[in-house]
Design a binder for this molecule. Sequence first.
Ligand SMILES: [Zn+2]
Ligand SMILES: [Zn+2]
Length: 144
Amino acid sequence: MAILDYDETFQESIEKLKATGVRITPQRKAVLEYLIHTETHPTADEIFKALSHNHKNMSVATVYNNLKLFKDTGLVTELTYGDASSRFDFKTTPHYHVICKDCGKIMDFQYPALEEVEELASLLTGMDVDGHRLELYGRCHSCK
Ligand SMILES: [Zn+2]
Ligand SMILES: [Zn+2]
């Protein structure tokens, strides 16, 4: 997220939401702002914990509703991990994740060359390939 202009990103996201006809509530703004500023790929619970001090009307349900809305609007990506709770990623440009096996920290990196894999896969199988998912695992700086 460091390369993005936070204010601009925030305004653009608000405009995008307004265009869908939703009301922009203070809670909605807060969840959005938090997602734009955090690089940790938080769970809904983490977002709630981070925001509930300053937003008395915030509930876990509010966080979930907003996350669903942002996802439907294309503002965030949901990373699902089987039975573990989902994590949310504001960055929607293509990138990959390295996940720490000990503490669960997720870090982003880019490797555009991998997009060729989609072309190759569709060439080899005849399927219309329109996405892929790749995760790498290891140990982060504080865990090794
Ligand atoms: Zn770690
Ligand atoms: Zn990410």
